[in-house]
Write a protein that binds this ligand. Structure first.
Ligand code: C2E
Ligand code: MG
Ligand code: MG
Length: 648
C-alpha cells in the first residue's frame, strides 16, 4: 500500500500513460483499417490485452489504497490484472511466430504447441483456484496485498515465453527482414528491461509502460498500412503479396494460392462511379472470405490490381483448396447488385500448390501475369503448366527474337470477296510465326508481347516490305486486286517516323498509294496521342486509306470513329456469329446503316457458312472475308487461288 497519496499518483503515472498510449495504438490501428489478416488480428488482440492489463492494474492499485475497501473487490481486480498479465507473453510469442512466418519450420510443432501451452494453463489454473486456496496471492488481516507460495509460477511462465521469443529471434534471424527482426528485438528489450527495472524498483510499475512503448514501435515499423494495405479494396496489397511470398518461398513453406482474375472490370467504363468500382472489389474479397469461412479454412486476401486477386492458404488439405476455388468461382458467377445495377463478372479462378507447382517469386509473378486466361473458368496451375502453352507464353520473347533473326516469319493473305463485283477485290495480310519447338504460334499471343517489347516495329516492317514486294511483282498485276490491307499496331503508330517510312518504302518499291489500306482498331481513338494523329494525318494526306478493324468488340465510340479518317469498317467476326434473332438483326441492320451513312465501305469478317454470306448480302454488305471463301494462305497458294477464282 502507498501511504503517501502524492507518491501513489506519481507511481500510477506510468500506468495512465501506458493506457493512453495503448488506446491510441488501438484506435489508430482500427482507423487505418488494419483489422484483416491473421497478423493484424493478433496485433489487435495483443494491444487490447495489454490495455486491459494496464487498466486492471491501475484499478487494482487504486482499490488497494482505498481505506475501507472490500476484500472481495480487491481480490477480483488483482485476479483480472493477473489474467491479462499472464496472457501477454504467450501472445507476444504467437505474434512473433506469425510475423516471422516460421510456424511450419518448427519441428514437432503440435507437441511443442501443447508443451508451450502448459505453463500458461498452469498459471491460469493457479489464478482460478487462488480465491479459494490463496496460494498465488492474498490479502492479510490488515488487507495488505501479499504474494503466496505459488507466485513464482507467474514469473516462470513469463520467463519461459521470453526465452522462447529469444529462441525464435536467433533461430529465424535469416528468415525475416531486418526491419521485422529489429522490431521484435526492441520489443523484447523493452519487456526484459522493464521486468529488470521493476525488480530493482518494485514500486514503479514501468512494465506495462515499456510494453506499450514496444507495441508503439511495432505499430510504427511493422503495422504500416501504406506498405501492406491496398487503399482501394482494403485487402493486402501487391507489395505485401510479393514480400509474403518471398518469405514463404525462402522458408520452404508448403502453401496454396488461389488467383482470381476479374477480366471485365475495366469494361464497365464510365458506367460505374469510383465508389461502385470499389464496392465490386470488396464483394470479391467478401466472397472469398465467406467461402473460406464456410469451408472452415483461413485465407489471406490480396488485391494485386488490374482485377487480379490472390488468396493464400496454409496447405493442410489440398482438396479444400480446390473446393474453395470452385466455391468462389460459383459464387462470383452469380450477378452482383451494385447500387441499382446487376453486374455479371467474368472471373477465372486458378489454384496453385506451392512449392510443387511454383517455387519462386519470379515464376509466380510470370505465371500470374501471363498464364491466367481472361475468360470464365477454373483450373489448376498443374494443368496450365503441363499444357505446353504456358512454356510458350514464358518463352514468347525469345520465340519472337529467334523467329525474326532466323527468318521464320511469313506473311499469309486472306482473300476478301466483293459481292457487287462477283470477284475477289482485295486481301488482308496476316503474319505467321512458325517456331521450331511449338509450331505455329497464334498472332493473338505473340503480337501483344511484341508490342510490349518493341519487337512489333521489326514485325511491322517485315510485313510491310513483304506486302510491297507482292504488289510490285508481275504476278500481282494480273490478279485483279485493288489493294492489300495491312494491320497496324497502336505501338507502331506512336513511332514518330512511321508515316515517312511507309511513304519511303512505297516509293522504293514503286507502288501507288492506293494499293494499300492500313487497318487500325478502336484503341486508336481511345489512346489518341499527338504523334499518332500526326502520322495518320500525314498518311491520309498522302492518299493512303484506313480501315477500322474489329468493329463491335470495344465500346464502339461512334464520336471518335466519326472523327478518324476511315474508308472501311470491318465488322468483327463476333458480329457474324451473332444469333439470328429479331433484336440482333436490328442491331446489325442499324450498325450497317450508320456505317454507310458515314460514307464508309463495310467488310464482314469471320463469314464461315453460306447462311452467313446470304444474311449479310441481304443486309447490303458488299465485302466478305472468312473461311467460307478461304483461310489465310501463303503467298504462292494465294496467287494460285486468286488466279483461279478471278481469272479462271
Ligand atoms: P484481325 O486483323 O481481325 O484478323 C482477322 C483474324 O480472323 C485472323 O486471325 C484470321 O485468320 C481470322 N479469321 C478470318 N476469317 C475467319 C473465319 O471465318 N472464322 C474465324 N474463326 N476466324 C477467321 P489471325 O491471323 O490469327 O490474326 C489475329 C489477329 O492478330 C488479327 O486480327 C490482328 O489483330 C493481329 N495480326 C495478325 N497479323 C498482324 C500483323 O501483321 N500486324 C499486326 N499489328 N497485327 C496482326
Ligand atoms: Mg485485321
Ligand atoms: Mg478483325
Amino acid at each position: 500500500m502507498y501511504h503517501d497519496g502524492v507518491e501513489l499518483i506519481r507511481t500510477m503515472h506510468f500506468d495512465y500513460c501506458a493506457c493512453i498510449l495503448l488506446a491510441m495504438i488501438l484506435v489508430s490501428t482500427i482507423m487505418r483499417k488494419m483489422t484483416k489478416g491473421r497478423l493484424n488480428i493478433l496485433f489487435i488482440v495483443l494491444t487490447v490485452t495489454a490495455l486491459c492489463c494496464t487498466a486492471a492494474d491501475s484499478i487494482a492499485i487504486s482499490h488497494d489504497n482505498v481505506l475501507y475497501a472490500n476484500r472481495a473487490i480487491r481480490m477480483l481486480w488483482h485476479e483480472v490484472y493477473f489474467f491479462f498479465h499472464v496472457s501477454t507473453t504467450p501472445l507476444f510469442c504467437m505474434y512473433a511466430v506469425e510475423l516471422t512466418d516460421t510456424k511450419h519450420l518448427i519441428k514437432g510443432r503440435k507437441v511443442l504447441i501443447h508443451l508451450l501451452a502448459l505453463p500458461y494453463m498452469l498459471a491460469l489454473g493457479a489464478l482460478i483456484v487462488n480465491p479459494i486456496n490463496k496460494k498465488t496471492f492474498y490479502f492479510d488481516e490488515t488487507l495488505h496485498y501479499t504474494r503466496g507460495e505459488w507466485f513464482w509460477l507467474l514469473y516462470v511462465t513469463a520467463a519461459i515465453y521470453i526465452v522462447y521469443l529469444v529462441y525464435i529471434l536467433i533461430r529465424f534471424r535469416r528468415s525475416v527482414s531486418t526491419k521485422r527482426w529489429a522490431s521484435l528485438l526492441l520489443l523484447l528489450a523493452c519487456m526484459v528491461g522493464a521486468v529488470a527495472m521493476q525488480m530493482v524498483f518494485p514500486r514503479y510499475p514501468v512494465e506495462m509502460f515499456a510494453t506499450a512503448v514496444g507495441l508503439l514501435f511495432i505499430s510504427v515499423m511493422v503495422q504500416r498500412p501504406e506498405e501492406i494495405m491496398d487503399v482501394e479494396s482494403g485487402a493486402k496489397s501487391r507489395n505485401a503479396f510479393a514480400e509474403d511470398m518471398q518469405r514463404s518461398f525462402l522458408n520452404r513453406k508448403n502453401f496454396d494460392i488461389i488467383v482470381i482474375r476479374v477480366s471485365n472490370l475495366h469494361s464497365f467504363g464510365d458506367l460505374l462511379s469510383y465508389d461502385e468500382r470499389v464496392e465490386i472489389l470488396k464483394r470479391v474479397i467478401d466472397s472469398a472470405e465467406k467461402q473460406s469461412m464456410q469451408l472452415g479454412t483461413y485465407c489471406e486476401v490480396y488485391y494485386l490490381r488490374g482485377g487480379v486477386f490472390a488468396l493464400t492458404l496454409e496447405e493442410k488439405d489440398k482438396g479444400k483448396t480446390r473446393q474453395l476455388a470452385q466455391n468462389v468461382s460459383d459464387d462470383l458467377s452469380r450477378p452482383i447488385k451494385v447500387s441499382s445495377m446487376h453486374i455479371n463478372l467474368i472471373t477465372y479462378v486458378c489454384y496453385i500448390h506451392c512449392p510443387v507447382d511454383i517455387d519462386n517469386n519470379k515464376s509466380l509473378s510470370d505465371f500470374i501475369n501471363k498464364a491466367i486466361p481472361s475468360e470464365t473458368g477454373i483450373s489448376s496451375a498443374e494443368e496450365i503448366l503441363s499444357s505446353g502453352r504456358y512454356d510458350m507464353l514464358v518463352d514468347m520473347d525469345s520465340i519472337i527474337s529467334s523467329a525474326i533473326s532466323e527468318n521464320r516469319l511469313e506473311v499469309y493473305y486472306q482473300p476478301i470477296y466483293s459481292i457487287n463485283d462477283g470477284r475477289f477485290n482485295s486481301a488482308e495480310a496476316l503474319i505467321r510465326l512458325k517456331d521450331e519447338k511449338y509450331g505455329f504460334v497464334p498472332p493473338d499471343l505473340f503480337i501483344p508481347e511484341a508490342e510490349k517489347t518493341g519487337q512489333i516495329h521489326k514485325i511491322g516492317k517485315f510485313v510491310f516490305e513483304n506486302v510491297c514486294d507482292l504488289i510490285a511483282s508481275d504476278e500481282f498485276k494480273g490478279l485483279g486486286l485493288d489493294y492489300i490491307e495491312i494491320n497496324l499496331s497502336v505501338v507502331e503508330c506512336m513511332r514518330e517516323t512511321l508515316a515517312d517510312e511507309i511513304i519511303d518504302t512505297l516509293a522504293r518499291f514503286g507502288i501507288s498509294h492506293d494499293k494499300i489500306n492500313l487497318e487500325i482498331t478502336e484503341t486508336f481513338a481511345a489512346t489518341s496521342q499527338s504523334v499518332m494523329e500526326a502520322n495518320i494525318k500525314k498518311l491520309t494526306e498522302a492518299g493512303i486509306s484506313f480501315s477500322l478493324d474489329d468493329f463491335g468488340t470495344g465500346y464502339s465510340n461512334m464520336q471518335s470513329i466519326a472523327l478518324l479518317p476511315l474508308a472501311i469498317t470491318k465488322l468483327d467476326k463476333t458480329f457474324a456469329a451473332l444469333e439470328d434473332n429479331q433484336k440482333m438483326t436490328l442491331v446489325v441492320e442499324h450498325s450497317i446503316d450508320l456505317i454507310k451513312a458515314l460514307q464508309m465501305k463495310i467488310v464482314v469478317e469471320g463469314v464461315e457458312t453460306k447462311e452467313m454470306l446470304e444474311r449479310f448480302s441481304t443486309l447490303g454488305c458488299e465485302y466478305i472475308q472468312g473461311y467460307y471463301f478461304s483461310k489465310p494462305l501463303p503467298r504462292e497458294e494465294f496467287i494460285k487461288f486468286i488466279n483461279a477464282k478471278n481469272n479462271g
